[in-house]
Ligand binder design. Sequence first.
Ligand code: GDP
Ligand code: ZN
Length: 324
Amino acid sequence: MPTGLVMRSTGSRYVVRAADGTLHTCVAKGNLRIKGWKSTNPVAVGDRVEFQPAAQHVGNELVGAITELHDRTNYIVRRSVNLSHHKHVLAANLDQALLLVTLARPRTSYGFIDRFLVTAEAYRVPSIVVFNKVDSYTEEELDLLAEYEDTYRSAGYRTVITSAVKGIGIEEVKALLAGKVTLVAGHSGVGKSTLINAIAPDLELPTFEVSEASEKGQHTTTYAEMFELNGIPGRGPVAPTFIIDTPGIKGFGLVDMRPEEIVDQFPEMFRLKNDCRFNDCRHMNEPGCAVKAAVEDGRIAESRYVSYCDMVNGVDDENPYRID
Ligand code: GDP
Ligand code: ZN
């Protein structure tokens, strides 16, 4: 039985990529479940599966059958729309996430970036922060860019500066993607499709003017889709390069974290927490707090600390990120 990679899901059909690169439309066998797993969709983009090509007829269509689901190394879930107890797994087995951010037109807030990064940390997905539209910034916006860059570099994240339209930073992004499965995320209008097209022109993703962008999310599907980037060789035939596009999805569901776990997802704070005087320090008003001391002398960015406090206090930045 060949092993395949799920590239796309439309609810009842899955597109599975075989090891030789061929694509097979498949249905899922009735009782596919990962033990102890409550989910609205048993199979997600990025899943590794066993499948039987051209196994059965559904109507006039000859389709393959997914017969087995491999364990996931990690996964992300969609932000829950209703408070159901079922997760919708957006994507599985990610090597990394690329968060595309712009400082203007539209401005991505610190709060949005930090919530994304915290969630990705909690899911054990390493993140890269890419600042796009650098060609269009004013002097002031460039100063702000330097500030953002400094904030995320000193927190321990890899950052890249790009202009998807002018071709700046594209080679650097390609090198970071090579041979990996990367989730591409960001507000609509930041240039995700434009960047992906600059990296892989053969994909021809539709792009939208910013004015249309606000409507865009409401009409597009909330399914993630994986694309193979043929132009990026990867690391030999066994590790081609894939990106996962998540159209219409602003953020993914925050995993259920207790306040004391949230600090662990801020790498620069996590490193210091054993230096606090109290081992149950919440890094708010306690004396002898190493995290607060680092914020005060500038080793930790104020904006990151504000995001931490907002998350602990349950303040939502712009999205109702609730747990599933
Ligand atoms: P998406 O919603 O994130 O997929 O964004 P799109 O790729 O559809 O781009 C939204 C708008 O931003 C389009 O008008 C693009 O032409 C524009 N855009 C994308 N990248 C850049 C860039 O690097 N510089 C400038 N000036 N505009 C860009
Ligand atoms: Zn503390």
